[in-house]
Design a protein around this ligand. Sequence first.
Ligand code: ADP
Ligand code: MG
Length: 382
Amino acid sequence: MNTQILLDQFSLLYGSGAVLYTSPGRVNLIGEHTDYNGGFVLPGAIDKGIWAAVKPNGTSKINAFSLDYKASASFGMEEADLPAEGWAKYIFGVVREIIKRGGKPGGFDTVLAGDVPLGAGLSSSAALESTFAFALNDLFSLGIDRFELAKIGQATEHNYVGVKCGIMDQFASLFGKEGHLIRLDCRSLEYEYVPFDPKGYKVVLIDSMVKHELASSAYNKRRESCERVVASMKKRHPEVQFLRDASLNWLEEVKTEVSAEDFMRAKYVIEEIQRLLDACESLKKGDYVAVGEKMYGTHHGMSKLYEVSCDELDFLNDLAREQGVTGSRVMGGGFGGCTINLVPESKYDAFIDRTVKDFTARFGSAPKVYPVKIGAGARRLN
Ligand code: ADP
Ligand code: MG
């Protein structure tokens, strides 16, 4: 990001003295559909984010200019002042959530821009929320810790955007650390940094650019399957709260009591939680081949047991395996979006060329390619 452009635009509109902040998007290496089952996820912040020049303006008004939309928005800080612009709602939401927690930010001027592709599953919205939560906390000395800043971003999605998301995206955006992924326990919210420094490999996302309509109804059905299996297990193991608590043996015990479909769903989740834990052990040893195998395992499980993949994603996964890519899997909830790939550098160019060519020939439109590096979380730049 050329931050000079941000500062120049800020000077033009509001004058000098702005402070620069940035906060990243994220990937999730492994651990899909594990969050609502009380399990783990393994996100990492990326080298793409939102950048903002911000300066208090001594009023109780916010004046924002989006470089990417070439649009401005001005709004107050009371609940009734909700702006009409979609992108400005995120800024407003963050301000409101801070105020609800007793914080007293003042008005400010800001110019923002980003390079996280929108809606691709890299969480541009969390990057946007985290940038402003972090900036306001810093500029107005509010004394809010990073964890609460993440919750402020999450609450913004819930209350001002209407997306009932978990905490992973905002958490990764705030706690990201270069050379590390974050193993986040979605039940206790405890976390641990796991080294991720794949020398000789590149991480690249291939965006299928499809979004199948099924996604939200299927998501609810998957959750219900998991809940039914937990309810069955409770008869023998009253302490079970989530599939996180269960073993494959316990699943076998209820095999005749749950539907074949529910059984498959639960099997995927229990295996996925274990795969993630195993992948963390491999990361600590620097064994990226083993990590890659786990990624393929996740894809297989999501495709065959959890049944949330689609032709486009399976096609990308098969292509990756054929070309000797070390690890590949669908990232996110499924039914479209990106695959995340761990590719040996020596095979990278050929992999990208062939993938774009074959995917386009098969589906009639080109996938998008986003190389990413694991980077740092929210921070002040000047
Ligand atoms: P994602 O999966 O990328 O988080 P969302 O639909 O949740 O997708 O969030 C995308 C929204 O976030 C955009 O529609 C826009 O309102 C806001 N946004 C993301 N990036 C920017 C940006 N660079 N400038 C302004 N708003 C942005
Ligand atoms: Mg989002």
